[in-house]
Design a binder for this molecule. Sequence first.
Ligand SMILES: Cc1cc2nc3c(=O)[nH]c(=O)nc-3n(C[C@H](O)[C@H](O)[C@H](O)COP(=O)(O)OP(=O)(O)OC[C@H]3O[C@@H](n4cnc5c(N)ncnc54)[C@H](O)[C@@H]3O)c2cc1C
Length: 379
Amino acid sequence: MNEIKKYDCAIVGGGLGGLTLAIQLVKSGRSVILFEKETYPYHKVCGEYIAMESWNFLERLGLPLSKMQLPKITRLQISSPNGNLIKHNLNPGGFGISRYTIDFELSKIAKAAGVILLENTKVTDVDYSENTFTIKTSAGNYESEMCCGAYGKKSNIDIKLKRDFVNKPLGKINNVVGAKYHIKLNFPDDLIELHNYKDGYCGISKVDGDKYCICYLTTAKNFEANNNSIEQLEENEIKKNPFLKKYFNEAEFLWEKPVVISQVNFSKKTCIENHIIMIGDTAGLIAPLCGNGMSMAMNASKILANLLEAYFKGNIRREQLELTYTNLWKQNFTGRLFIGRTIQQFFGNETLTNMFIASMKPFPGLVKKLIRSTHGVPF
Ligand SMILES: Cc1cc2nc3c(=O)[nH]c(=O)nc-3n(C[C@H](O)[C@H](O)[C@H](O)COP(=O)(O)OP(=O)(O)OC[C@H]3O[C@@H](n4cnc5c(N)ncnc54)[C@H](O)[C@@H]3O)c2cc1C
């Protein structure tokens, strides 16, 4: 009888967190299997602005960013629903790259390095018993010694694991709808703009291939009030902001319909569940207006890869790994998530956002401090 192969590590979800973790582990000689329910390349709802803190990390993994002619983004403009505008420099800022491109390129690096990457394979459940995980998927069952959850903002697995945040009553912070288009627009390459409208905000910046990403969020309540219609939401709410009205009217939309996600949840989460170690949005999602979720996912993958290496070398046990990872995760990300969640609560509230922008405008030092508190350092 054939014995089922036991991998050193199984990773659920091949976004930026899962892919970068897989590449690091396999480069250290570990056997890694990664499950991704979609097939690369594919579009994903995301603002597609990556903070510079990730640049060197991605290049070290083998992604030649310097040769990809990517737009460098060094200026930020934020408007309130009534059109009041704050301008600020971003130092060191970020770069624009579509998820279609970056996830696909990383998936190729992962496969070439030896990761067993199963696309179009949905994980349906994960069990843990006697130092072994059994990962149940649409393509059969697999076994591993370690298992990492990198399955993003929401997944069927959260319900299976009975995670606390799943059962909280739905509200402004945990029931959000997001949408994204690629467009052509006469817009500066080095600028990211964030424009508020009633119960939502919308970001615009350049990505690879001479395109711009336009991505917005709103509460499920606001979406329902617009008959769950993207067209009505854009017409009735988004275009009330004078900047957004201009861009929506002038842009050439490259897709007929946007990619859309619902039930986006910014609630607090835990980073270990039944010995599965969570990274990226699965451990905690930062409000997109902080522009840093992708870097946090990749930074967490680096922290975890180092600890897993110590575990596989026999230097630490499973309990120590889980405890140390939890502590490091909190040290690195809790503050940023708190600020992101606080801003997310009131951004979009017309009166509060108008007041906030008006009161911050005369104090660029405060704006700088706020931006810095949502960003990290190179890792
Ligand atoms: C509207 C919006 C705008 C944003 N804008 C920005 C921005 O400009 N800059 C920034 O840095 N961050 C931004 N973010 C946040 C950023 O997108 C995330 O923080 C980042 O993608 C997290 O990476 P991840 O690897 O954790 O998850 P993801 O990139 O979401 O990857 C998770 C993967 O898991 C797969 N998956 C899910 N369930 C299963 C399953 N059961 N089996 C197998 N595979 C599964 C999914 O298909 C997906 O590919 C934004 C988020 C939103 C909602």
